[in-house]
Design a protein around this ligand. Structure first.
Ligand code: ATP
Ligand code: MG
Length: 283
């Protein structure tokens, strides 16, 4: 039986649970229960604050955990990172009041920086040889400069709108983060087998996210060109059509490239282009 530590509420909770659900593991959402056993996989979820997840896994109370890489790096727990999960993307950045003349990290020398991530910040400053004072605060870091407890901040940024709303500008990105699956060290054979199964499912799920299935009719004369536009996992599927000069072409593309590819395919004569969601890709 595996036990996985998941954030009980907050930014990672919903996506952690939906990832489990998408790989066929149903667990009850955290209401008043701290532990919830799955009926569909030998696993139970343990709901915690994200701050506690790295140590609960390192200490062995949970076998696995889903946590932001930022939290893991800050807390320095001795665990293995098994997979990057592709959600909870954010960065830890330094930001200064927007009117400041900022020309480089030397600006921070002798200044006070408010943060909830003192360890990551200390390492960055030491690497750059900057002597700044770190003011640790646990929440609402972004108001630090306005209320006079700091000259700058070091905090989580995703869209940057919180910074702008507080009259700050992002000047250095220090750490890129996303949610990761972590595991305790020294797993036994049964745990390893179950985790291999989980990782296989997670990989299929994360590979299929951000992909679209494309099918279209294409004049045979343009087929070689179309195959160059659409390199598929092995190669695109080509099927005959009743009309001898045409065929049907099927492939998978990254969502980010979809519109560029569609435009290129249209330009060489593709018609009736269908774009569909991909549920799972098993490599
Ligand atoms: P908890 O009550 O569990 O301690 P928290 O307030 O510390 O929650 P959240 O704000 O829920 O934490 O964020 C959890 C994680 O989500 C962050 O550590 C980070 O990895 C990730 N994250 C992604 N985008 C953002 C964002 N825009 N702001 C904050 N966290 C983000
Ligand atoms: Mg927290």
């Amino acid at each position: 039986m595996l036990r996985i530590a998941i954030q009980s509420k907050g930014r990672l909770n919903e996506e952690s649970l939906s990832l489990l659900q998408d790989i066929g593991i149903e667990v009850d959402a955290p209401k008043r229960k701290l532990l919830s056993k799955s009926q569909t996989f030998p696993l139970e979820a343990l709901y915690l604050r994200d701050d506690d997840i790295p140590h609960v896994v390192a200490g062995g109370t949970a076998t696995l955990g889903i946590v932001g890489l930022n939290e893991l790096e800050e807390r320095g727990a001795d665990v293995d990172i098994l997979a990057r999960l592709g959600f909870g993307a954010c960065r830890l950045s330094l930001a200064v009041p927007k009117g400041e003349d900022y020309e480089g990290p030397a600006w921070f020398s002798g200044r006070r920086i408010a943060t909830s991530y003192p360890n990551i910040l200390r390492k960055y400053l030491d690497d750059k040889g900057i002597d700044a004072k770190i003011e640790v605060i646990t929440g609402s870091v972004e108001i630090g400069p306005a209320i006079g407890i700091a000259d700058a901040i070091f905090d989580i940024v995703s869209s940057g709108s919180t910074l702008i709303a507080n009259g700050l500008k992002e000047v250095e990105t220090v750490f890129e983060s996303e949610a990761v699956l972590i595991a305790r060290k020294n797993l036994d054979a049964e745990e390893r087998t179950l985790i291999d199964d989980l990782l296989f499912r997670i990989e299929s799920e994360t590979v299929s996210r951000g992909k679209k299935y494309l099918l279209m009719n294409i004049p045979k004369a343009s087929l070689d060109e179309a195959i160059r536009i659409l390199p598929a996992m092995r190669s695109p599927t080509v099927m005959p059509l009743a009309s001898p000069d045409w065929c049907s072409l099927h492939s998978v593309v990254n969502t980010a490239d979809l519109w560029t590819k569609v435009r290129q395919l249209k330009a060489i004569g593709a018609e009736g282009i269908l774009v569909m969601d991909v549920d799972k890709i098993i490599l």
